[in-house]
Design a protein. Structure first.
Length: 351
């Protein structure tokens, strides 16, 4: 009975007589190992596409329409500027699978450091269509990104080079990462987005959390537009709750009414299939070489610590209220505390 531990370079054969004997693999064995890796990568990509609801455009007519850039139509939209009459004019974002994967790979490469890039595409009615994305050489920290002069020069050169080779899509937005603390706009992000909308309309902001993005799973992403300065949006119920670290809650709460979220969908086509294959293989190899549990152990520990601080703060507030001081028996408060800690540990998401 033989069992094989396969890798692209060496196959170790385990037998009863020789448990750990090794040999140089034959070409047939190498091909088998590569086929297994290719099969695993293919399954992982299919899972990734299903998790993120990436819609395949099979019709040639649809594919030609979404990839065709009509300069006249785009110029007309720029002249009419319908977004100036309605702060909520833009409602949806369509992102190509290629652009999405590029942004995810870039965000993951930064680790705990924020990264930044730009998105290229076009406008269709009330929808941003993001066709491509590219990274910017910016100075990042764990809480912010700072674009310097060389980043702006790179941005201009990249856009001009694209147009010279026939890629006519304009820059339609920027993206950056929030490693481990969710997809929302901070005060600095809101200020940046408002400046971009003032001088580069139409413009979109996208935030990706690479730490909460599971390998071959659902991408943690958000797309946003800032309201004009002084605009007061109507009160709307919160459609989706997300975990905000305690040290970010104030920044989130102060600015959460200054922007709104757009619905995001994803698409792919056979026209960009080859590029998507190449990029996915790079992404898949990188995820194979690292353990998501070990790589995110600091994040998990931070989440537990953050939740413990929130529980302590809530308990202190409860103790200072009349209800907490006079009407809640100590045994009952102890039971609530145990229950809350149980929920904490059940809710921790180990990526």
């Amino acid at each position: 009975m033989q069992s094989y531990l396969q890798c692209p370079y060496l196959i170790i054969i385990r037998t009863k007589a020789s448990p750990f004997s090794g040999h140089f693999p034959s070409s047939r064995e190498l091909r088998a190992g590569k086929m297994d890796l290719a099969s695993s990568a293919g399954i992982a990509r299919q899972t990734w596409e299903l998790e993120n609801n990436i819609v395949a455009i099979d019709s040639p007519a649809e594919s030609d329409t979404i990839y065709y850039y009509d300069e006249v139509a785009q110029a007309k939209i720029q002249q009419e500027k319908p977004w100036q009459h309605d702060p909520n004019f833009f409602r949806r974002v369509k992102i190509s699978a290629l652009a999405l994967l590029k942004m995810v790979v870039h965000a993951r490469s930064g680790g705990t450091i924020e990264v930044m890039g730009l998105m290229q595409g076009k406008i269709e009615g009330d929808t941003f269509v993001v066709m491509d994305a590219f990274a910017l050489p910016v100075e990042g920290t764990e809480t912010r990104v700072n674009a310097q002069a060389d980043a702006y020069e790179y941005m201009v050169d990249y856009s001009q080079t694209n147009k010279r080779v026939g890629r006519l899509e304009n820059v339609v937005g920027w993206y950056h990462s929030h490693p481990g603390y969710g997809c929302w706009l901070s005060g600095i992000d809101v200020s940046t987005q408002m400046t971009n909308q003032k001088y580069q309309e139409p413009f979109l902001a996208v935030v990706i959390d690479p730490t909460r993005t599971v390998s071959a799973g659902k991408v943690e992403i958000g797309a946003f537009r800032a309201y004009p300065e002084g605009y007061k949006p109507p009160d709307e119920p919160v459609s989706e709750y997300q975990t905000i670290p305690l040290n970010k809650i104030e920044d989130f709460g102060v600015h959460c009414k200054q922007y709104y979220a757009l619905d995001i969908t994803y698409f792919k086509s056979s026209l960009d299939g080859h590029l998507l294959d190449l990029l996915w293989n790079k992404y898949w190899v990188n995820t194979l070489s690292s353990s998501s549990i070990l790589g995110n152990r600091d994040y998990v520990a931070g989440q537990i610590s953050d939740l413990a601080e929130k529980l302590e703060q809530a308990e202190n507030q409860l103790a200072h209220t009349r209800l907490g001081s006079f009407f809640v028996p100590s045994q009952k408060k102890k039971e609530v505390r145990i229950l809350m800690f149980s929920v904490v540990f059940l809710s921790v998401d180990i990526l």
